[in-house]
Design a protein around this ligand. Structure first.
Ligand code: NAD
Ligand code: UDP
Ligand code: UDP
Length: 319
């Protein structure tokens, strides 16, 4: 990113009141950028930004990215979109609109301003993958009409729009395919597996394993992910992606549950519940491209990241 004539970059973060967005806002402010956070607070929480009250370099704007936005900035990170299955299935039409109309508006803004634009895409573009681990060259295996499609296809269409604006209007795009990420400021009740298991274990409730727990995910700690976002934006106009961002260490859901239970202790039991429709059986990023093009790889192992996340939820839930 270039510095402005005033010496500071002014960076727009859409979805900045959410889990990932609020960490990104903190990181950008820490390195001296000005930040404009745009969020409609659908799943975001202003308490994630409370500590920034009074910071003259930070501004919050309540706005839905489905509508045009006219502001002046030097770079755009587009993160606005509900991310957990419970949230994105709550109003699936709005989810697709947010991905598609939101992308069009933010791309239109980037085009007018001639500034780089980053898209928070997802490993869900690979669907239930038949290639393992997933490389960026894989086109995916996505059900276009299922209950996850509003999210998966919305994000796929956003990637198409980004590449067409790049080819047609020479936009400097940066598409990150984010794999499961966890850490402080996850929502306690959004149904994602790490937060669910930690909150259940802290309350001494049953730990809900969907299916037989043999499905796998690869979990990235939030601080690592944010380092990759910043490196991607700084990588210059020839690095467009898509680039997988995630931690390749792969665990079964059963292994995750046992790990969390052994860390939290208590009386929780593992109980089985039905596997949701179209739930991917395995997921692991191939991060060769991130290593080569961004010089990035994750550094926080699951054990350490879980300890930090459990400590956060203990404080948040006052347990
Ligand atoms: P989150 O739900 O905590 O944050 C999303 C934010 O976007 C919220 O603050 C929400 O209020 C805001 N938002 C939603 N719709 C909006 C709209 N129409 N206009 C303005 N703001 C809107 O989720 P997150 O985990 O922080 O995810 C951030 C981004 O990263 C999302 O685009 C998500 O798809 C992507 N992603 C996340 C993960 C993950 O593991 N957390 C994995 C893959 C992709
Ligand atoms: N847009 C916006 N802010 C801007 C410029 C454009 O929100 O600063 C929106 C605009 O309303 C339009 C969309 O981005 O709906 C796409 O813009 P583009 O210029 O690509 O398309 P056009 O306006 O020609 O349809
Ligand atoms: N999962 C589970 N119990 C829960 C929540 C999730 O077994 O209480 C499983 C879910 O079926 C999926 C995996 O954990 O196989 C990851 O789910 P999450 O919603 O966190 O992410 P995604 O499916 O979008 O990768």
């Amino acid at each position: 990113m270039q510095k402005t004539k005033f010496g500071r970059r002014r960076v727009l973060v859409t979805g900045g009141a959410g889990f990932l967005g609020s960490h990104l806002v903190d990181r950008l402010l820490a390195r001296g950028d000005e930040v404009l956070c745009v969020d409609n607070l659908f799943t975001g929480d202003k308490s994630n930004l409370d500590h920034l009250a009074g910071n003259p370099l930070f501004e919050f704007m309540r706005h839905d990215v489905c509508f045009p936005l006219f502001v002046e900035v030097d770079a755009i990170f587009n993160l606005a979109c509900p991310a957990s299955p419970i949230h994105y299935q709550h109003d699936p039409v709005q989810t697709t609109k947010t991905s598609v109309h939101g992308a069009i508006n933010m791309l239109g803004l980037a085009k007018r301003l001639k500034v780089p634009i980053f898209q928070a895409s997802t490993s869900e573009v690979y669907g239930d993958p038949t290639m393992h681990p997933q490389q960026e060259s894989y086109w995916g295996n996505v059900n276009p009409i299922g209950i996850r499609s509003c999210y998966d296809e919305g994000k796929r269409c956003a990637e198409t729009l980004f590449f067409d604006y790049h080819r047609q209007h020479q936009l400097d795009i940066k598409i990150a395919r984010i794999f499961n990420t966890y850490g402080p400021r996850m929502h306690a009740a959004d149904g994602r597996v790490v937060s669910n298991f930690i909150v259940q274990a802290l309350h001494g409730e049953d730990i809900t394993i969907y299916g037989d727990g043999s499905q796998t995910r690869s979990f990235c700690y939030v601080d690592d992910l944010i380092s990759a976002f910043v490196a991607f934006m700084d990588a210059g106009p020839n690095v467009h992606g898509p680039i997988n961002i995630g931690n390749p260490a792969e665990f079964t859901i059963l292994e995750l549950a046992e790990k969390i239970l052994s860390k939290v202790g208590g009386a929780s039991k593992l109980v089985r519940q039905p596997l949701p429709q179209d739930d991917p059986l395995q997921r692991q990023p191939d991060i060769s491209r991130a290593k080569a093009q961004l010089g990035w790889e994750p550094t926080v192992e699951l054990d350490e990241g879980l300890d930090r996340t459990i400590a956060y939820f203990r404080r948040k839930l006052e347990i």
